[in-house]
Design a protein around this ligand. Structure first.
Ligand code: BDP
Length: 694
């Protein structure tokens, strides 16, 4: 098995389980009038055939026990007759229920719209895939977040920024004529976890994507995705009116520029009537934007929003901005830039905010913008591709990272004002809400560079649907669907996944350290590095280690980033004693001899955490080595090999960081810890010409 089937791996269940399920899956009663109904029917047939060894017979009416009835009250008189309450299901929700129809036991999967029924069908299949009882179902579900989007950082030349899974799956050369089957499988996978939007191209956008020849290709993809409830969005380059429109300016207040975007929007919607809208990275890392013309981010976003509004599109405007100035604390800049713009955006603008204030680090505090802009729908941006978490080969399950951020309490309306409630719109009563994940998908046969990276795509989608779910429960589903229901396998693997993120934090950037990765490519450790042209791209800027101590002082006596949080949280982060130790060096510069809660010094704890991270990876390897035989050799072997790489690289991270920090701290290695395997000079001399770059 090569992993291509993802979690939609409908392999035969055990004979005993299949026999039980067949009783409740004997007949399929559903329409096929619309494309979505047809793909729903195909998925159920394919899934049930695979899992149970026999597809249910198709029928227009219920003629036997064990029928599955799927549809909407509008499309099926049979369903309408059942008069089940669908009022709270909205457009995408569904209910699955055991009922009696004309004297026969049946299961209904009902929604208000076709797409809800498709989501319900995937949920029903998941129950079988994960060994759940289906005889007396009574459940209803609907998404809490409206826009659940994958952001592809795919370039038109086929490369993928921060992609570690091959090249782009969009084959622009063969589009629009050739629609690779992979596009359909991609749409199935996304729909199965509730993803309903995809941004096809990199936020560092080229304007060509907006030219007619590309728009036709985009429209072809949109046609493939539409039955699966997925809308297409594009990253728009702010200066496109100059580059492909022949205008002299891209000033958002210039009437010609405004007209250009209105015309462009009209052209797009003619080809793609359900086009989602634009994602924009402006005035960030060299990208053009409204500030080039002395205008604000709101001016820029609103101009695009006005062009899209007549067609129902939205603008997802990114808050990932920071300027060149070395004196400023990069962590403060998004807030400083955007907070005062709250209330100035059009109704169809969402502000897309990265989970933390820097950049997708193994651990960051939540971004202080969450909770700080009550009048603006804030969209979460997570990274699924592991730019800072070991690329393709490290086994790092991101569920706990996402969960930690979503459950963080902003306190802005008192206790319980979680980031999840900011994102789903309930905290400040927004109807528009969204969450985005930077995709980890490429042309690799297994889609994501490793089998375990598929879990990060999966957990992103599930949490986007309902950000209050537990990442452990989702990991459990994923392991069962991807591998096996055998608990002797499921339990240790879920445990392994759940501990993997903390292990990565430990062997890379423990205790609140951040951005110690190699310059540019972000592969491996380089805490010594000061070679980048910008101060805020250099590891030394972030850890600030000197002979006295280590850490970035963001308290009131330092950069005062703490005061961007709600006062009670600010007070906590401002106080070294109250700051959670996992964020200590994010907010404080402390002495190497600072006493930690354990009674040990900071220096000791730093070395201990680095060591613990490596030990954890060794344990993961050990766990995996005992699981040979539970799954196919191909996926087993790949994971075993990748874990060996991870162990080697965790050791490298630990040793390089300890060697470097020891050279600064001048402290002896605490007793009981092994010294680094090589000298600091050795680690500094390494180079990686083969590493995927930007
Ligand atoms: C950083 C990446 C860079 C992206 C940028 C962004 O290093 O490649 O372009 O973020 O999100 O994480 O715009």
């Amino acid at each position: 098995e090569d992993g291509y089937e993802l979690w939609l791996r409908y392999h035969p269940l055990t004979a005993g389980q299949a026999t039980i399920y067949r009783i409740d899956a004997s007949q399929l009663v559903m329409g096929s009038a619309t494309p979505t109904q047809r793909v729903t029917r195909e998925e159920l047939q394919r899934g049930l055939l695979g899992l149970l060894g026999q597809a249910p017979s198709l029928s227009d009416t219920v003629t036997r026990d064990g029928a599955i009835i799927v549809g909407t009250p509008a499309s099926s008189p049979l369903i309408a007759r059942l008069r089940l309450d669908t009022a709270d299901l909205g457009h995408e929700g569904y209910l699955i229920r055991h009922v009696n129809v004309d004297g026969h036991a049946a299961t209904v999967i009902i929604a208000n719209d076709d797409i809800g029924a498709l989501y319900g069908a995937f949920h029903f299949l998941r129950l079988l895939q994960t060994d759940q009882p289906i005889a007396h179902l009574d459940l209803r579900d609907s998404p809490r977040v409206k826009l659940r989007v994958l952001d592809h950082w795919d370039n038109l030349d086929g490369s993928v920024e921060r992609g570690y899974a091959g090249t782009s799956i969009w084959d622009w050369f063969k589009l629009p004529d050739w629609l690779a089957p992979r596009y359909t499988d991609y749409a199935r996978a996304n729909a199965s976890i509730g993803i309903n939007g995809v941004v096809l191209n990199n936020v560092n956008a080229t304007p060509q994507i907006l030219t007619p020849v590309y728009l036709e290709k985009v429209a072809a993809l949109a046609n493939v995705f539409r039955p699966y409830g997925i809308r297409v969005y594009l990253s728009a380059r702010f200066s496109a009116p100059i580059e492909i429109g022949g205008l002299k300016t891209a000033d958002p207040l210039d009437p010609q520029v405004q007209q250009w975007w209105r015309t462009k929007a009209g052209e797009i919607y003619k080809l793609i009537p359900d086009f989602g809208g634009f994602l924009v990275k402006a005035n960030s890392e060299g990208q053009p934007g409204p500030q080039d013309y002395g205008r604000t981010h709101a001016d820029g976003a609103n101009m695009l929003a006005d062009a899209l509004a007549p067609h129902g599109g939205v603008v997802m405007w990114r808050a990932f901005v920071y300027s060149q100035s070395a004196s400023a604390d990069r962590a403060k800049q998004a807030y400083d830039e955007f907070k005062s713009l709250d209330g100035h955006f059009r109704a169809n603008v969402l502000l897309q905010v990265k989970n933390g204030p820097i950049d997708f680090q193994p651990r960051e505090p939540f971004n202080p913008l969450f909770g700080a802009m009550p009048k603006t729908p804030l969209m979460m941006e997570f990274q699924i591709t592991k730019e800072y978490l070991g690329f393709a080969t490290h086994l790092v399950y991101l569920g706990p990272l996402y969960e930690e951020v979503l459950s963080a309490d902003t306190m802005t309306h008192g206790k319980g004002s979680t980031v999840a409630k900011v994102i789903d719109g309930t905290l400040d009563n927004h109807t528009l809400s969204g969450i985005a994940g930077v995709a980890n998908i490429g042309t690799d046969q297994n889609w994501s560079g490793s089998v375990f990276n598929q879990a990060n795509w999966y957990v992103f989608g599930r949490l986007a649907w309902n950000p209050t779910q537990s990442s452990r429960a989702i990991a459990d589903d994923w392991v069962r669907m991807t591998f096996t229901n055998d608990v002797a396998f499921v339990k240790p693997v879920v445990d392994m996944m759940m501990g993997s993120r903390e292990a990565a934090v430990d062997y890379m950037t423990p205790l609140g350290l951040h951005h110690l990765m190699g310059p540019g490519h972000h592969y491996g450790p380089a805490p010594w590095d000061a070679s980048e042209p910008r101060a805020d791209w250099r590891p030394v800027y972030y850890h600030r280690a000197d002979s006295e101590g280590i850490g970035f002082d963001r308290t009131r006596s330092g950069s005062d980033a703490v005061d961007q949080y709600e006062p009670s949280i600010a007070a906590q982060f401002n106080d070294v004693k109250q700051t959670p130790e996992e964020l200590l060096l994010w907010f404080h510069h402390v002495s190497w001899d600072y006493r930690m809660r354990s009674g040990q010094t900071l220096w000791y704890e730093l070395v201990a955490h680095y060591t613990q991270g490596v030990d954890h990876v060794m344990q993961m390897r050990e766990t995996w080595s005992r699981l040979d035989g539970y799954i196919d050799t191909e996926r087993y072997q790949q994971t075993a090999t990748f874990l060996a790489i991870q162990e080697r690289e965790a050791q490298w991270w630990r040793d390089a960081c300890i060697a470097y920090f020891q050279s600064i701290s001048g402290r002896p290695l605490p007793p009981g810890f092994a010294p680094p395997q090589h000298s600091l000079k050795y680690y500094e001399s390494l180079s990686f010409p083969y590493v995927p770059g930007h």
